[in-house]
Structure formats: structure tokens, C-alpha cells
Design a protein around this ligand. Structure first.
Ligand code: TYM
Length: 335
């Protein structure tokens, strides 16, 4: 039994408001946020500063930030029990990020695969923010002394650099930051594109058939899953060279809780058509309560603003404790 005098562990995670989250974001991160939100002291942020690295249209960024905030509440995250906030509302994130920039080596930041991928994809805008992106992410995490960070597999390397930065800082200046652990689910940690299952499902993919957006209409979800790429074996089983089916099995397993063995048994002798219908039904069912709640919340702008204000105040108080410690340790002259 949990000891009531023991301090509850702290969880922090964030998502960028670069578009409506995909079912990959949902299974890799958001669904775990919801389940962790009951048992831990959780902070969840809309990482709007991170989104500036791809230079969004200002009016789009403003709208998407509010939509993403509504999405987090619609998922069932309770703003009274958890701290749900918008990153740029808590100025300590940018301030700590600068200090951590000075504790990060150019070489280690250059090794980040996401930086390399994004700079190759967008050679016209390889800005310094894109390069320093993982260091801002480290600041997000370390400010709150987080124990666990629920993320998809694609963010694992950023967690590793966060740990390295924290350990180096602690060695130089004395114990300051808790060293966070990633929390990556066993299944659903990397949901793949429906059209190219060797690549992750991504909301920035130019082909909308490759991803399910969590606000897609039911009939659109069904169509996208029916047109998902599979293989010619026509047997529902998890195996090598069956990336499309493996991906659908992982989606189905996350929605229904069924093991791969059970799914194979249930669909023994049935074709991919039947399986795809079942996967689509499971996804539609999974998203139903969320979509209804989102429809209600997005029209209640006053409530969203009130929650965001309270979230920023609560996060700011916690963030200030760590930032002030860091300022003192690094020798910045405090008034
Ligand atoms: P972002 O906004 O790209 O994605 C949000 C979360 O979704 C996960 N994810 C996936 N999981 C499974 N399958 C996929 N296809 C898939 N695509 C995305 C991501 O791993 C992530 O957990 N840098 C972060 C945002 C961030 C952050 C933080 C996260 C900023 N500060 C501090 C944790 C802690 C990002 O761009 O996530």
C-alpha cells in the first residue's frame, strides 16, 4: 500500500500546438497522461514556444494553442487536480533554457536526430531555435523536478540529453535537479503512418490519408483505416515484413486491451477487410467521449481562459523555486 506520508511523484509532459494531434500522439502520449493523472502530481503543457521553430502564421499559432488547451481538458485531464498550462505563460521556461544552453555542448546538441531530420526537410529555415529545441525541452522538465516524463519513442533521445544536462549541472554546481525518467508505453510508443508504415504517423505529413487526426469525423477514420497499406499474406498476425498489419494490431491492442495472441486467435481465418473494420470501430469508440467533450469546451472560451490563467499561476510558483535556486548557484546577482 502507498505510504500516505511519502511525497507523490511528479509527472511532466508537453505537446506542440502545430496541428490537431494524431492518433499517434494520442496513443504514444496523451492516453498515458490521462492514466497517470490520477496517481501522480501532474503538469501538462502546450509547448507553444517550441512551435515557433517552424515559424507558424501568428493567427494559426494563437488559434491552435487554444484548441490544444481545449483538447487536453477534453481528454479528461482535471485542471483542479493537475496543472495544465501554456508554456509561454510561464517565463521561467525561457530563462532556464538560456542558462542550460550554457551547460550544453554544441557537439551533443548536434547529434539529435530530430534536428538533423528537420533541417534536411526544411533547409530554408534551419534556425538556432531548432538547434536549441531539446534544451528548452530540458528546461520544461527540470524546472518542475519531474520524476517521470510520458512520451512517445521519438522523444527518447531528447530525454537522454535532458538527463545529461541535469547531471552535468549537478556535478558543477551541486545537487539542483532531479534526474527524470522517460515513461514510454510498451505498445503504441510509435504509431506508424497508415500509408508508409516504416515512418512514424505525423501531423505534419503532407498526405492526410497517412494519419488519423483525433478530431477526424467517424466516416473519415473508417475510410483512412480501410485504405491503410498492408501486405499480400492476408493473415492477421504480428511478424517481420508485416509493418502495416503490425501497426494496425498495435492500434487495436491499445484501444481494446487485447494481446497480440488474442487478436491473432480472434481473426484466424478472417481477411484484412474484417480486421480493418474492427480496428476502425475500436478507434471511433475510443475517441467518441473525447470528441463530444471537445465540441462543448471549444465554445467556452471564458472557461478555457480561466483554466489557463490558474494553470500558469500554479506552474509559475513551482518554476520560480527551481529557477531562483539555479540563479543563485550559477552566481547571478539576485536582488
Ligand atoms: P510532439 O508535439 O511532436 O508530440 C507530442 C507527444 O506525442 C508523441 N508522438 C507519438 N507517439 C507515438 N507514435 C507517434 N507516431 C507519435 N508522434 C508523436 C511524442 O513522442 C510526444 O510525447 N518536443 C515535444 C514536446 C515537448 C515536451 C516537453 C515533451 C516540449 N517540451 C517536455 C515532454 C516534456 C514534441 O515535439 O512533441
Amino acid at each position: 500500500m502507498e505510504n500516505p506520508t511519502e511525497k507523490r511523484k511528479i509527472v511532466l509532459s508537453a505537446i506542440q500546438p502545430t496541428g490537431t494531434p494524431t492518433f499517434g500522439n494520442y496513443l504514444g502520449a496523451l492516453k498515458n497522461w490521462k492514466s497517470m493523472s490520477e496517481d501522480y502530481d501532474c503538469l501538462f503543457a502546450v509547448a507553444d514556444l517550441h512551435s515557433l521553430t517552424v515559424r507558424p502564421e501568428p493567427q494559426d499559432l494563437r488559434r491552435r494553442t487554444q484548441e490544444m488547451y481545449a483538447i487536453l481538458l477534453a481528454l479528461g485531464l482535471d485542471p483542479e487536480k493537475n496543472i495544465i498550462f501554456i508554456q509561454s505563460h510561464v517565463h521561467q521556461h525561457s530563462e532556464l533554457a538560456w542558462i542550460l544552453n550554457c551547460s550544453t555542448q554544441f557537439g551533443e546538441a548536434s547529434r539529435m536526430t530530430q534536428f538533423k531530420d528537420k533541417s534536411e526537410k526544411h533547409p530554408e529555415n534551419v534556425n538556432v531555435g531548432l538547434f536549441a529545441y531539446p534544451i528548452l525541452m530540458a528546461a520544461d522538465i527540470l524546472l518542475y523536478q519531474a520524476d517521470y516524463v510520458p512520451i512517445g519513442a521519438d522523444q527518447k533521445q531528447h530525454l537522454e540529453i535532458t538527463r545529461d544536462i541535469a547531471e552535468r549541472f549537478n556535478t558543477i554546481y551541486g545537487n539542483t535537479f532531479k534526474i527524470p525518467e522517460p515513461f514510454i508505453g510498451k505498445i503504441g510508443a510509435c504509431v506508424m503512418s497508415l500509408q508508409d508504415p516504416l515512418h512514424k504517423m505525423s501531423k505534419s505529413d503532407p498526405n492526410p490519408k497517412s494519419y488519423i487526426s483525433i478530431l477526424d469525423d467517424d466516416n473519415v477514420i473508417v475510410k483512412k483505416i480501410k485504405s491503410a497499406v498492408t501486405d499480400s499474406e492476408a493473415k492477421v498476425r504480428f511478424g517481420e515484413g508485416k509493418d502495416g498489419i503490425n501497426n494496425l494490431m498495435s492500434i487495436y491492442s491499445c484501444c481494446t486491451g487485447l494481446s497480440y495472441d488474442q487478436i491473432e486467435k480472434d481473426f484466424d481465418g478472417k481477411g484484412y477487410g474484417d480486421f480493418k473494420v474492427a480496428v476502425a470501430d475500436a478507434v471511433v469508440e475510443e475517441l467518441k467521449p473525447f470528441k463530444e467533450e471537445y465540441g462543448r469546451l471549444i465554445n467556452d472560451k471564458a472557461y478555457l481562459k480561466e483554466c489557463a490563467e490558474k494553470g500558469a499561476q500554479k506552474a509559475g510558483r513551482l518554476a520560480e523555486r527551481t529557477l531562483s535556486k539555479v540563479q543563485k548557484k550559477t552566481g547571478l546577482f539576485q536582488l
